[in-house]
Design a protein around this ligand. Structure first.
Ligand SMILES: *Cc1c(COP(=O)(O)O)cnc(C)c1O
Length: 491
């Protein structure tokens, strides 16, 4: 897309700035070096402004999202972006890494502190680019090609990177390069079926069992998973991507007590930049019958799998942002924030149930809840489309027992992002009211249209419903814009 400014005008407008800052000796910085984005690239600048405005006007209920602080965004936009530093502190393949070493070591120290870990028992790698690469590094390090992995199935609330496949296709690369067998939730209770996992693990002999969720609202039973892992001489990995902020605040089950490894993203409840992190145990693994000690051997394989195995230069700007977020997570205010995240999710679940909606497992222990629309005779696709029209962002999700992943019957909601905007319990009651009114309109549209999603969309696009939706959207946006947006003055 070309800029709306004509070339001649553009030159006139930008030429003086091209010169950038003029120093006392008359030297100027070359070619665009110091031009603000607004002048240098209005196309991109305007897209960012539009997105910022969308974030400000809407109600953000996507459970994996959050609003990073100004300090985190500043670290991300810093000069650290410029620096290559392949290797680890003290053993780099590039020069000029004195301050980068200082940064990475401080980030590691904070990571251990934020989760109450002793450096004798745990080590950490803060270089993974994001959550999925962190997991793949762990498999690469510890599971041989076509070695066996068990994780919660994607339609049951697990994550793609735990090895999702269907009967037609190996979807996740984890299922291509390793052999993945899922475990499931009980379709009636919506709770993880640990007994079935125990039976299947005995047959499958996994090398690694993964305890981690993207859409499951209850605490995981890490002690039970440890028992199953031990029965099979398997390693136990907790992928706490969704709940890491809540773990740090001590408000949900703690994976570190029972697991050999813990991976995480840093941008969900932890409220940092998009990045990944891996914790691994060190020291004695167990004392054998003859009294000899078996030691952990995780540090070297994990570090080598991240670099040079899978990644090149670490994203130092992201590592700085992670360090900032970890420091924030250790403040008392963060604990208050995290407990409000959970309280607000409980308020949402209760208010929805009071209005006659079904919540999978009947509530939540965490930041998220799964609304099952089957009893309302609606599905996640249609509800999601209508809520998007009224500036409420959430996502469609399969519910336990769903026949097809293509027709999910639920909606996943999470409270981390809006709690970062300082919404309190009574505000979430209002949010539920907006959702309820949106779903009522979805049911009207469904009643007035044919059975296909296409027909639903066509009816939704008619003037009658566009008017109704616009009126509700205006109310939602008037409500949302009353709340502050963290990092509001950073693009
Ligand atoms: C979000 C998530 C990831 C992946 O994170 P990305 O940063 O998107 O790659 C991995 N595991 C779980 C459980 C997640 O929820």
């Amino acid at each position: 897309m070309s800029s709306s400014i004509s070339p001649a005008k553009k030159r006139a407008k930008t030429e003086p700035d091209n010169m950038g800052e003029t120093l006392a000796n008359g030297k100027t910085s070359p070619w665009f070096g110091d031009q603000p984005l607004e002048q240098n690239d209005p196309d991109i600048y305007n897209i960012i402004l539009k997105e910022k405005d969308r974030q400000r006007r809407g109600l953000e209920l996507i459970a994996s999202e959050n609003f990073a602080s100004k300090a985190v965004l500043e670290a991300l936009g810093s000069c650290l972006n410029n620096k290559y530093s392949e290797g680890y502190p003290g053993t780099r393949y590039y020069g000029g890494t004195k301050y980068i070493d200082e940064l990475e070591l401080l980030c590691q120290k904070r990571a251990l502190e934020a989760f109450g870990l002793s450096p004798d028992k745990w080590g950490v790698n803060v270089q993974p680019y994001s959550g999925s690469p962190a997991n793949f590094a762990i498999y690469t390090a510890l599971v041989e090609p076509h070695g066996r992995i068990m994780g919660l199935d994607l339609p049951d609330g697990g994550h793609l990177s735990h090895g999702f496949m269907t009967d037609k296709r190996k979807v996740s690369a984890t299922s291509i390069f390793f052999e993945s067998m899922p475990y499931k939730v009980d379709p009636k209770s919506g709770l993880i079926n640990y007994e079935q996992l125990q039976v299947n693990a005995k047959l499958f002999h996994p090398k690694l069992i993964i305890a981690g969720i993207s859409c499951y609202s209850r605490n995981l039973d890490y002690a039970k998973l440890r028992e199953i892992a031990d029965e099979n001489n398997a390693l136990l990995l907790a992928d706490m991507a969704h709940v890491s902020g809540l773990v740090s605040a001590g408000l949900v089950a703690n994976p570190f007590e029972h697991c050999d490894l813990v991976s995480s993203t840093t941008h969900k409840t932890l409220r940092g930049p998009r990045a990944g992190i891996i914790f691994f145990r060190k020291g004695v693994r167990k004392v054998l019958k003859d009294g000899k000690e078996e030691m952990y051997n995780l540090e070297k394989p994990i570090n080598e799998a991240v670099f040079p195995g899978l990644q090149g230069g670490p994203h130092n700007h992201a590592i700085a942002g992670v360090a900032v977020a970890l420091k924030q997570a250790m403040q008392p205010e963060f604990k208050t924030y995290a407990s409000e995240v959970i309280a607000n999710a409980r308020v949402m679940a209760k208010c929805l149930m009071d209005r006659g909606y079904d919540i999978v497992t009947g509530g939540t222990d965490t930041h998220l809840l799964l609304l099952d629309l089957r009893s309302k005779n609606l599905d996640g696709n249609r509800a999601d489309k209508v809520l998007e029209e009224i500036s409420i962002a959430c996502n469609k999700n399969t519910c336990p027992g769903d026949k097809s992943a293509l027709r999910p019957s639920g909606l996943r909601f999470g409270t981390p992002a809006l709690t970062s905007r300082n919404l309190k319990a009574e505000d979430f009651e209002k949010v539920v009211d907006f959702i309820d009114r949106g779903i009522a309109i979805a049911l009207e549209i469904k009643a007035a249209s044919g059975p296909l999603l296409k027909e639903f969309m066509a009816t939704m696009a008619t003037e009658e419903y566009q008017k109704k939706l616009a009126a509700l959207r205006d109310e939602v946006e008037a409500f949302a814009t009353k709340f502050p947006l963290p990092g509001k003055d950073v693009l």
